[in-house]
Ligand binder design. Sequence first.
Ligand code: UDX
Length: 442
Amino acid sequence: MIRICMVGTGYVGLVSGACMADFGHHVTCVDINAERIRGLERGEIPFYEPGLDRLVLKNVQEGRLFFTTSLAEAFKDASVVFIAVQTPMSGSGEADLQYVMKVGEQIGALLDGYKVIVTKSTVPVGTNRRLAEVISTHLKTPGTPFDMASNPEFLREGSSIDDFMRPDRVVIGTETERSEKLLRDIYRPLFLLDTPIVKTGIETAELIKYASNSFLAVKISFINEIARLAERVGADVFDVAKSMGLDKRIGPKFLHAGLGFGGSCLPKDTNAIVHIAQEAGSDMSIVRAAIGVNADLPGRALAKAESLTGGLQGRTVALLGLAFKPNTDDIRSAPSLDLVAGLKTRGCTVRVHDPAAAENFKLVHPDLVYCRSPYEACEGADLVVLVTEWNQYRQLDFAAIAAKAAGRAFLDCRNVYNRPHLEAHGFRYDCFGRAGQTSAPA
Ligand code: UDX
């Protein structure tokens, strides 16, 4: 059993803390947000993540998981401190490290014996070195020993517990045997699953995270660019992706064309790696192109919507799904935000439904018509747009929608349905990258 201090109870910190406690370690999660900590003590999870409430409750009840607002308290007996605070994107696209560095200052002031300080937040290459300097300059007893380590997370929202418990790999960037051993001991339960532990230097571990997320973003933008070409040349991206994916060197995942990537990681990390490269006198031209392709997709959706309705001005539009992907309430960098902005500019009445993200969306766009079901959202709609492929939108009752909607147009931004199915219910249909699936314009 290792005593762990987890700084930050956001997505990464809370999931990692709860999972490490479930591995049998003693984990104290600390956050400056007192309201959040009080809620967690009552078993309230501050965001939507399937299974996390049960995991937190179980480990609290079994006496392995604790919450506090006091870093000093969480820090005291811990042999390892994970930093999992936010690294938001600054206005210029680079990672904003003020929260990480502030924690570094506090750690320096508290450190009174050897500990390993591990970054779990995604931080630009070189941050661990900078952080070590910050900690050193704030040490109350100069010379107190500590080691830095980088242990990036690869958690997907909506399936993060499974990703933590059954990872494809664990990356540990360390420089001493002592810190390497400690991190290996934390992840020891995964040895039973034969999980590859990739041991690297610190800068390499930092870069692995950006390289992985950028590659995923490039893969998505690549298929979205193929989708655009497929429409022009009379091909079907669905079959192209399926066939590409059967090549083991390519693989089938992250080849779904549609509205592109959003969320808290891919948009932020692609922008950050472009900055990291610029500062290093290098260039990430492929990633820059992927960002550009992704940015164009909401505009393409709006153009399709114009064509399906014969003009969007003043129309009523139903959006099914607001979250950046299914099984999350996260709307950060969600394409729905650009769609809504575009629809508002065109004077549309926007009716929306999402199983989890509506409350978050209301904070940004309080003036939409929020509905309790997808069918209610379709009432009086000239156009229905499937934005996020939640499972509950995969078997829609189109007879019921037709009975409520004013128009007969359906834009499928995630390629879930097909034209014959929709036309059988009297709807014009369009999707992304599937020539022959687009109904005649209105
Ligand atoms: C991602 C990484 O997968 C994870 O390893 C990292 O730690 C954090 O960032 P997440 O942001 O939760 O996780 O979402 P993910 O499931 O990777 O999807 C990212 C975005 O790409 C979503 O907006 C999704 O809709 C989109 N996507 C994904 C596609 O448009 N097409 C695809 O084929 C796959």
